[in-house]
Design a protein around this ligand. Structure first.
Ligand SMILES: NC(=O)c1ccc[n+]([C@@H]2O[C@H](COP(=O)([O-])OP(=O)(O)OC[C@H]3O[C@@H](n4cnc5c(N)ncnc54)[C@H](O)[C@@H]3O)[C@@H](O)[C@H]2O)c1
Length: 315
């Protein structure tokens, strides 16, 4: 059944893939995004349903919700590039924590909203080897993870206070078109499309669970339809770990050319997790969702398009 769905951060990397997926299923969408990192053209909504406002402006958020009357709200707006969060911890806390309070308060007050989805991250887990399930101990190692753990606690408190279901999605590493932050895969994409065949990258050994944004969008949509009663946490990942070398090898296969790697000391992170792998059994059990995109299929599409310009804030 078509629903009215509001996405915060819907002009961003994951939010725009989510919007396209929901629109394709016939849902009516509205987007809130201040365009600090996202881009207007990525949000697949007409101007009357695009609201360039800051999520910390509670009255403005409440106004959008009162006018649009969404039944579901997916809250993805956040500051999440880890080096940016480390350099601007107070801003990251203000947007990710205070901003989330404002969005949830507006949802609490709006009779139309029957359920919320809140984007969290694998960064709430401590450094660990092997697949991580939702019941694993928590222990963020950076400011970003700390702010997102607070986001999760706020979602739980929202559920207790209002009785409305709250779904928390712990996203692992997204990849796909229109990435807004200079993470590993768009960085390789940028260098390869600029003609480089010797890539300058940071740490090569860490492994990450890369999931395509189209698969993430499908996972989120399937969770909106699952019957959640309280506050439930779900990992959203592919369930496969890839090292930086594995990703470069996928680019080599799609290019049909060898790539050399030079370690750029400026890109090497001081604190680094060696592994980050999702156990996605709970998500699959609850929804029947299965990922469809392989790393090679995703990389092939990235070689056919230019990456976005990064936000001026990252300069
Ligand atoms: N990309 C990943 O691999 C990844 C991994 C784990 C979790 N996440 C989470 O997923 C969500 C979406 O991330 P993304 O990768 O699409 O990043 P993104 O930066 O592309 O999207 C976030 C969007 O929020 C908007 N925004 C930022 N601050 C805002 C504010 N104060 N008011 C209104 N809008 C604001 C930005 O303009 C941007 O469009 C975030 O909550 C992020 O923490 C992402």
């Amino acid at each position: 059944m078509a629903e009215r769905i509001l996405i915060t951060g819907g002009a961003g990397f994951i939010g725009s893939a989510l919007g396209l997926h929901l629109k394709g299923l016939g849902h009516e969408l509205a987007v809130i995004d201040n365009l600090s990192f996202g881009a207007r053209h990525l949000a697949p909504v007409p101007d009357e349903h695009f609201h360039r406002i800051d999520i910390r402006d509670g009255a403005a958020v409440a106004g959008v919700i009162a006018d649009f009357r969404p039944t579901q709200v997916l809250h993805l707006a956040a500051i999440h590039f880890i080096p940016y969060c480390n350099a601007h911890p107070a801003e990251a806390a203000d947007i990710n924590i205070t901003g989330t309070m404002r969005v949830l308060d507006a949802c609490a007050a709006a009779p139309s909203v029957r359920q919320v989805f809140v984007a969290s991250t694998a960064a709430v887990y401590p450094i660990a080897d092997g697949p991580i399930a939702e019941g694993h101990a928590l222990g963020p190692i950076d400011i970003y993870g700390i702010t997102k753990l607070a986001t999760e606690r706020l979602a739980s408190e929202f559920n207790l206070r209002t009785g409305k279901p709250a779904i928390i999605g712990r996203f692992f590493n997204a990849f796909g078109p229109n990435e807004t932050n200079p993470h590993l895969i768009p960085e390789i994409q940028r260098q390869v499309l600029a003609g480089e065949r010797t890539l300058r990258l940071g740490n090569l050994e860490p492994k990450r669970d890369f999931i395509h944004t189209a698969d993430m969008a499908a996972a989120m949509e399937s969770l909106l339809r699952a019957v959640v009663t309280g506050c439930e946490v779900f990992n959203i990942g592919r369930g496969i770990e890839y090292s930086v070398r594995d990703i470069v090898a996928a680019f080599e296969r799609q290019l049909g050319e060898p790539l050399r790697i030079e370690v750029d000391p400026a890109r090497v992170r001081k604190v680094e997790r060696m592994h980050l792998l999702a156990d996605v059994a709970k998500l699959k059990r609850a929804t029947g969702w299965e990922p469809r995109w392989t790393i090679d299929e995703g990389v092939a599409t990235l070689l056919r398009e230019q990456p976005l310009e990064w936000s001026a804030q990252l300069a």
